[in-house]
Design a protein around this ligand. Structure first.
Ligand code: IPM
Ligand code: MG
Length: 392
């Protein structure tokens, strides 16, 4: 072996050692974690609103207006407080070389739940430095381990809830892979007992509480034997605690195919899966519902929870001056999930019902993403008028 290799291997080992150290420390933090926060005991519940960048501020602002409208009495009585959190923009993140600027993270940590607009994730070749994705960083910093993504198409019998693990897998150290030599690059995927148990338990608990009869795990444990293998083993163990629920497992490749199989896909109910597979398959699933623009997403941890859209920040729409025409539905849906999560289920139901009326049954306004359709503000007004009418 050449000394040149020796040196490179040594450096790679050191980098790997640091990653292992960090991950073991994370395990200790997870072990020490208490139970889920109880929103009923909080006064006020603090809702942070973080617009993000690109079309983020435009669509998040509309969702915020609707939430404030639905919670007006709670705001007046001091039960709920809204806080605007500025500064989670790609410009600031790039200038500071940080996924989340320190003051923004500190402000986020003073909230209980967060409504977050999309943020730009730099990739190779972009004008931005290679800062870590703000989404991924926030999920890690606030330990938002359960990424819950519902997809519902009642007329096709589809009612899926994806429980995507949100802090581990290929994402845990996704921005810390090692270029061992010019020719050899290595990334790492991480699984822990604690991280896997909590997501799988969350999926089964959700199934039990919502009278679902089936939980499906998705892995590639036949090939990725250590990490996916561990995920699957833990799934099978925990499944025994829920004898009333059918637990089955699929490999990600065939699962991706089965989601387009109209006869079989109706059978899936709750699906639990490692981070990267969850990322991929939830985009596929959202596409059946009308595209990623229609889906909201909850990122839930024991202390914090964050609600967002599953699509990107569409910078081109802003460059072309079209951000006011961006469809806020995904953020409004995220807002409905937020309401549900903090216990305002009646308000959440009203919002879901209004979304259904405004986007499916009545559809008085149509959004096209340009001046041929309605603006986000007009659409939000339409939603609020619809709720007023429903209340009679
Ligand atoms: C998502 C997105 C993010 C992810 C990106 C923007 C980092 O695709 O929320 O699914 O990969 O998790
Ligand atoms: Mg995604």
């Amino acid at each position: 072996m050449s000394t040149e290799w020796n040196e490179k291997i040594q450096q790679a080992k050191e980098a790997f050692g640091r990653l292992l150290q960090e991950q073991l420390e994370r395990v200790e933090v997870m072990k020490a974690q208490g139970d889920f926060i109880n929103y009923k005991e909080l006064k006020p519940i603090i809702i942070g609103v973080c617009g993000g960048d690109g079309i983020g501020p435009a669509i998040t602002g509309q969702a915020e207006r609707i939430l404030k409208f639905l919670l007006q009495d709670e705001i007046a009585s001091g039960k709920v407080e809204f806080r605007d959190i500025e500064g989670l923009t790609i410009e600031r993140r790039a200038a500071e070389g940080k996924a989340i600027p320190d003051d923004v993270l500190a402000a986020l940590k003073e909230c209980h739940v967060i409504l977050k607009g999309p943020t730009t994730t730099p990739r190779k070749g972009d004008p931005w430095p290679n800062v870590e994705s703000a989404n991924v960083a926030m999920r890690k910093a606030l330990d938002l381990f359960a990424n819950v993504r519902p997809v519902r198409i009642p007329e096709q019998g589809i009612d899926w809830t994806f429980y995507r693990e949100n802090t581990e897998g290929a994402y845990a150290v996704g921005s810390k892979g090692v270029h061992v030599t010019e020719d050899l690059g290595v990334d790492f995927t991480v699984v822990t007992t604690q991280g896997t148990e909590r997501i799988i338990r969350a999926a089964f608990e959700y199934a039990r509480a919502n009278h679902k009869t089936r939980v499906t795990a998705v892995t590639k444990a036949n090939i990725i034997k250590t990490t996916d293998g561990k995920f699957l083993d833990i799934f099978r163990e925990i499944a025994k605690e829920y004898p009333e629920i059918t637990a089955d497992d699929w490999y990600i490749d065939i699962m991706t195919a089965k989601l387009v199989d109209e006869k079989r896909r109706k059978d899936f109910q709750v699906v639990v899966l490692p981070n990267l597979y969850g990322d991929i398959i939830t985009d596929e699933a959202a596409e059946f519902q009308g595209g990623v623009g229609t889906a909201g997403s909850a990122n839930i941890g024991k202390r914090y929870a964050m609600f967002e859209a599953i699509h990107g920040s569409a910078p081109r729409m802003v460059q072309e001056g079209r951000d006011i025409y961006a469809d806020p539905c995904s953020m409004i849906r995220a807002g409905a999930m937020l309401l549900n999560h903090i216990g305002y289920t009646k308000e959440a139901d009203q919002l879901y019902a209004a979304l259904d009326i405004c986007t499916v049954t009545e559809r008085k306004l149509v959004m096209t993403g340009r001046d041929t359709g309605a603006t986000g503000a007009q659409f939000a007004d339409y939603i609020m008028e619809t709720i007023e009418k429903m209340k009679g």
